[in-house]
Design a protein. Structure first.
Length: 496
């Protein structure tokens, strides 16, 4: 084991002990897979195996469904305020372990330690948020001709399947179960194949804060474990965050079920010539999520459309900021940017960089393995910026999910807008201008579900619905809309 940070080693040892050797949590009990099969979780900074976790299949998912079904009647009949007490207790427990959970995520995912500590707190905060919204799950009364009463009641589905990706492990594991639980459902949580450890260790806090069977945590390959959840006839509501390809596969496998899909993005940052160049350069670098997840974020502004009048000064400012990013092993507090999540993903990102060069884009910086002592074995991609990117290039059209920014020059607004909208994705857009009319006009015109004007991707607020158009997904998160999506509406008609 190449880890030489004492705190990281202690966290790994404690987590393994408290999960009884990295077992799954079903009905508040630690269990291995029925088949005995396991899969490896790898530290991408050293490309070494950290742990082996159960590789669940349909038999294990059936046990989790049975546990969720058994817990559902009591949990769903509990007053929402009492469910909220459990969720708030859990939120406090996560905050109390934020440093430890953040370190485990750092060595498992490659994301920097301090950013993952904040991620744990963000996940906890969603329980506070949705706990406060619980009493807003209201029906409505409907006028009836000739007398009588017609009203609706939101009711939970039962067992929910919640499948999350690798890029924000503890934030997503802790936070994305909150609305389903407050709505009265029980949950089967499946973390990303590549980063299962913090979700499993979170099971210790689940045991302390929730009745048996309310939250069940399973691990395994998406094609087997994830598919078993999606296809199970008694899991009537599926929520997935991840790639478009997997989202399409889930849609095919689910059948007639209620789905929410938060998928990919190829998000434009549109820059007009009237802006403060230093401010927009700072927003462009922050919005690429170099120092949060190595650009492995669906919200990254990876297509930068900058007006030709200020392009050179903008690039100069961006290059200066990008050059200051500290790349290092993720367990160190000084590290701002770590490795991408796996060797396979490293090779994928590098193939996109190669295609950018081949198609004629101008490489301004990066484009190779990140330099630095101690980084040689890991999956470190240097901060990469391309200029002279043309519409239709592979790096402009496809989601790379890595630290690669493409700069595209524009003069004609109408032509630029056509290129912005000529994408299969429609998740986010960021518009920078000091003309409010221009900003609002373009916000209406872009085909994106979430638009910032003079902001960046790090500025998202609880209560503001997040989700995309087109292939970027179905449904909205972090709002009353998401809470209600975990209920189904029953109509009751009474005749006098």
């Amino acid at each position: 084991m190449s880890l030489n940070d004492a705190f990281a080693l202690q966290v790994l040892k404690t987590a393994e002990e408290e999960t009884q050797g990295w077992k799954m949590l079903i009905n508040n009990q630690w269990v291995g897979s029925r088949s005995g099969k396991k899969m490896a979780s790898v530290n991408p900074a050293y490309d070494e195996v950290l742990a082996e976790v159960p590789a669940a299949d349909g038999e294990d998912i059936q046990l989790a469904v049975d546990a969720g079904k058994a817990a559902f009647p009591a949990w769903s009949k509990m007053h929402v305020d009492d469910r909220a007490k459990h969720c708030r207790q859990f939120a406090n427990a996560v905050r109390g372990k934020a440093k430890e959970l953040g370190m485990l995520d750092a060595i498992d995912s490659g994301n920097s330690f301090l950013s993952m500590v904040e991620d744990a707190k963000k996940g906890a905060g969603l329980h506070d948020f949705f706990s406060g919204l619980g009493m807003e799950m209201k029906g409505e009364t409907i006028p009836t001709p000739g007398g009588g009463l017609d009203f609706t009641r939101p009711q939970p589905f039962g067992v929910i399947g919640r499948i999350i990706p690798f890029n924000h492990p503890i934030s997503f594991a802790a936070g994305k179960i909150a609305p389903a639980l407050i709505a009265g459902n029980t949950v089967i949580l499946k973390p990303g194949d590549q980063t299962p450890l913090s979700a499993l260790w979170m099971g210790k806090l689940i045991q302390e804060c929730f009745p048996p069977g309310v939250v069940n945590i399973v691990t395994g390959e998406g094609a087997v474990c994830g598919n078993a959840i999606v296809a199970h006839k008694e899991v009537r509501r599926i929520a997935f965050t991840g790639s478009v390809e997997t989202g399409k596969a889930i849609t095919r496998a689910a059948g007639i079920k209620t789905l929410s899909l938060e998928l990919g993005g190829k998000n434009p940052l549109i820059i007009y010539p009237d802006v403060d160049i230093e401010k927009v350069a700072a927003a462009a670098v922050a919005g690429m999520n170099f120092t949060v997840s190595q650009g492995q974020s669906c919200g990254s502004n990876s297509r930068v459309f900058v007006h030709s009048a200020i392009k050179e000064k903008f690039i100069e400012a961006v290059m200066a900021r990008a050059g200051k990013i500290v790349i290092g092993v993720p367990e160190l507090e000084t590290t701002q940017m770590g490795p991408v999540v796996t060797r396979r993903h490293y090779d994928r990102v590098m193939s996109y960089i190669a295609s950018g060069k081949q198609e004629g884009a101008r490489l301004l910086r990066g484009g190779a393995h990140a330099p630095g002592k101690g980084l040689e074995k890991g999956c470190f991609v240097d901060v990469t910026i391309f200029d002279n990117v043309k519409h239709g290039m592979k790096i402009e059209r496809e989601e790379i999910f890595g630290p690669v920014m493409s700069v595209i020059s524009w003069d004609d607004e109408a032509a630029m807008l056509r290129e912005v909208n000529d994408s299969d994705y429609g998740l986010c857009c960021n518009i920078w201008t000091n003309d409010i009319s221009t900003g609002l006009r373009m916000a209406d015109a872009v085909e994106s579900g979430y638009v910032w004007i003079n902001g960046h991707g790090g500025k998202r607020f609880k209560g503001a619905p997040f989700g995309g158009f087109k292939d970027s997904g179905i449904g909205r998160e972090h709002s009353i809309t998401e809470l209600m999506s975990y209920t189904q509406i029953k109509n009751v008609n009474i005749s006098y």
